[in-house]
Design a protein around this ligand. Structure first.
Ligand code: FES
Ligand code: FES
Length: 153
């Protein structure tokens, strides 16, 4: 098998899993990064969302053979001013309920605020629509994103 290398959370990592292994299993089982959650496993719930480059993607749908030399960011490596502003706003708005979807929500919110510093409600709805929250935290998520956006301006 050709060697697959990924820049994961800023560090170069060699992946040993088989080429058809979903990135989600690589993160959780091979590399022990369990902040990225397994929900449906078929690209529907969004719980496994990570950044591939600057794009939020469901890690259960990205295969090892397609990510050679990619830059991947998980919740464990999400840092910088945008991430800091989001974390503060998440706490201030008391967003989290069970927490299961929240790694993915923060990843998607960070991708949104990185490309758009003053998102409208419609921008937020569009950016977050692929990540389900069974606890119904979305109104607080939207409030927290607006708060983080204000703090960043
Ligand atoms: S676990 Fe990947 S989208 Fe549901
Ligand atoms: S906080 Fe429970 S699923 Fe979103």
């Amino acid at each position: 098998m050709p060697m697959v290398q990924v820049t994961l959370n800023g560090k170069t990592v060699t992946v040993n899993s088989a080429p058809d292994t979903p990135l989600l299993w690589v993160l959780r089982c091979e590399l022990g990064l369990t902040g990225t959650k397994f929900g449906c496993g078929v690209g529907i719930c969004g719980a496994c969302t990570v950044l591939v480059g600057k794009e939020p993607k469901p890690a259960c749908r990205e295969l090892v053979k397609g990510i050679n030399n990619a830059r991947v960011t998980t919740i464990e490596g999400l840092d910088g001013p945008v991430a800091d502003a989001l974390r503060k706003a998440w706490i201030a708005c008391d967003v989290v309920q069970c927490g299961y979807c929240q790694s993915a929500q923060l990843i998607a919110a960070a991708a949104l605020l990185t490309r758009r510093r003053a998102p409208s409600d419609a921008d937020i709805n569009a950016a977050m629509k692929d990540i389900a929250c069974r606890c119904g935290t979305f109104p607080r998520i939207r409030r927290a994103i607006h708060m983080a956006a204000s703090a960043l301006r």
